[in-house]
Design a protein around this ligand. Structure first.
Ligand SMILES: NC(=O)c1ccc[n+]([C@@H]2O[C@H](COP(=O)([O-])OP(=O)(O)OC[C@H]3O[C@@H](n4cnc5c(N)ncnc54)[C@H](O)[C@@H]3O)[C@@H](O)[C@H]2O)c1
Length: 440
């Protein structure tokens, strides 16, 4: 394929040389003449293991050339890949000025050069951009009715996951290839472009692809910070935190796994809140700040508050909680966020009915029972023996339970609004007119 790569920094240089090495005909474009001159002479503008040889080889073979003239790169190009910088604005946002200019340059060049043989050109954003950029900034530049004769353009977001220091190796072995597009031809172009990777391409909507890169980078930052907070706190207690974290990483069931990584409801139960509080206490005792771990409590409270606000915003007077314990398959209600919801709704004067397939107040004992009674003193009056009885007359159901009887009742007598706190209620419940998924 004929490919124009705009922006010859870390991402652009590796993308351009990498694609050129796989049989594509690539022209790199940069506003910085020194980078263009360097590549034209076979010299990489960035230092990365393997990049110098890749650039030298692909330039020598003629597969990679460079120019500062976008039109020269766009002539008959099947794909343009935009890899310009999106640095921070003074407010911390992403500065879209380089991207806007690059898109404007591509669009202007289309007036002057020949379209690709197929007539279809794909504009791919490889830079990291906030959700909404594709719809608000990229697509409008290439509005179908206003393109020059012979050009049809599809747009796509294809985030880059390389790491500096191992950028070339990462380019050829990415963790995944994700393409955000609503355009079948753009999808087909990128499938052909990246066929050499031998990987399946995940095609998603554009905002998902845009958000993914931020989610990944934020998680990496959180991981580093988490490990450092563990290290800084426990170093006060003569703990070998490197050893702690080595062992921590051996748990690929809960620690290094997909567990706990689905947006949904708040955490609770008898351990997580208690042990986080204990760590926060150790930190106060030793005057060590652990803002990440401290903020988890605040963030968790915001999830509960968000549900309360969304339920109150419906104007309902009667709510039903389907599920009371802190997670399914247990009767433990200690620090259950569902119990917290029940208490707050009662406090707001709403009529509350609760069904839980396992929690039976007559069989609860000890701390569990005391916790339930401290939150809901007249809990027996709120608990219904069946989901149908809990749902009777309810305007809103808040569902944490995935118990089959609960799901059947929801389908038999669906209330006007169903809040799905688990994301696991199944397609039939999701198809109910009042269904509201977790949208945070
Ligand atoms: N560096 C990384 O490890 C990495 C990894 C993944 C994604 N990203 C993202 O990719 C994007 C690029 O990152 P980078 O590190 O390669 O940036 P960079 O600053 O190294 O390179 C950007 C290049 O774009 C050029 N440029 C600016 N405006 C231009 C225009 N109108 N036309 C042509 N060229 C233009 C600049 O001169 C510069 O050479 C950013 O959005 C970044 O967040 C970076």
């Amino acid at each position: 394929m004929r490919v124009a790569v705009l922006g010859l920094g870390y991402v652009g240089t590796i993308t351009a040389a990498g694609l050129a090495s796989q049989g594509h005909e690539v022209v790199g474009v940069d506003v910085d003449e020194t980078k263009v001159d360097g590549i034209s002479k076979g010299v990489s503008p960035v230092i990365e293991p393997g990049i110098e040889a890749l650039v030298t080889r692909t330039v020598a073979s003629g597969a990679l050339t460079a120019t500062s003239d976008v039109a020269a790169a766009l002539d008959r190009a099947d794909v343009s890949i935009v890899c310009v910088g999106t640095p921070s604005t003074p407010r911390g946002g992403s500065d879209m000025a380089f991207l806007a200019r690059a898109l404007g340059d591509i669009r202007a060049a289309m007036e002057r050069v020949r379209p690709p043989a197929s007539g279809h050109h794909t504009v791919v954003i490889r830079s990291t951009v906030p959700p909404g950029t594709g719809a608000n900034l990229v697509a409008p530049v290439f509005h179908a009715g206003e393109l020059p004769q012979g050009w049809a353009v599809g747009t796509a977001m294809c985030p880059e996951f390389l790491r500096e220091g191992s950028a070339v190796a990462d380019f050829f072995d990415p963790p995944f290839v994700v393409v955000g597009t609503a355009d079948d031809r753009a999808d087909a172009s990128l499938t052909e472009l990246f066929a050499f990777l031998g990987q399946d391409i995940e095609v998603v909507d554009v905002p998902t692809a845009e958000a993914l890169k931020y989610a990944c980078n934020a998680f990496h930052a959180v991981k580093v910070t988490f490990a450092n907070e563990v290290g800084r706190l426990f170093s006060q207690f003569d703990v070998d935190s490197r050893r702690v974290m080595e062992l921590f990483c051996e748990d690929d069931k809960l620690n290094i796994s997909a567990a706990y990584l689905r947006p949904g409801f708040a955490f609770g139960g008898s351990c997580l809140p208690k042990d986080l509080r204990a760590m926060q206490d150790l930190a106060r005792m030793t005057a060590v700040d652990i803002p990440l771990l401290t903020a988890t409590t605040v963030s968790n409270e915001l999830v509960v508050r968000g549900v309360v606000d969304r339920v109150l915003a419906t104007g309902c007077t009667r709510v039903c909680l389907l599920g009371l314990s802190f997670k399914t398959q247990t009767d433990d209600v200690r620090e259950s966020p569902s119990l917290e919801l029940a208490e707050r709704f009662v406090g707001k004067g709403l009529e509350v009915r609760i069904f839980d397939p396992i929690v039976n107040p007559d069989r609860l004992v000890g701390a569990n029972l005391r916790h339930l009674q401290s939150k809901l003193s007249h809990v027996n009056r709120l608990l219904a023996p069946t989901p149908a009885q809990a749902l009777a007359g309810a305007e809103v159901a808040i569902v944490t339970s995935t118990d089959p009887a609960v799901l059947r009742s929801l389908l038999d007598t669906p209330p006007p609004v169903v809040f799905d706190m688990s994301g696991r209620l199944g397609e039939a419940v999701e198809a109910l007119p009042g269904y509201r998924g977790v949208s945070w």
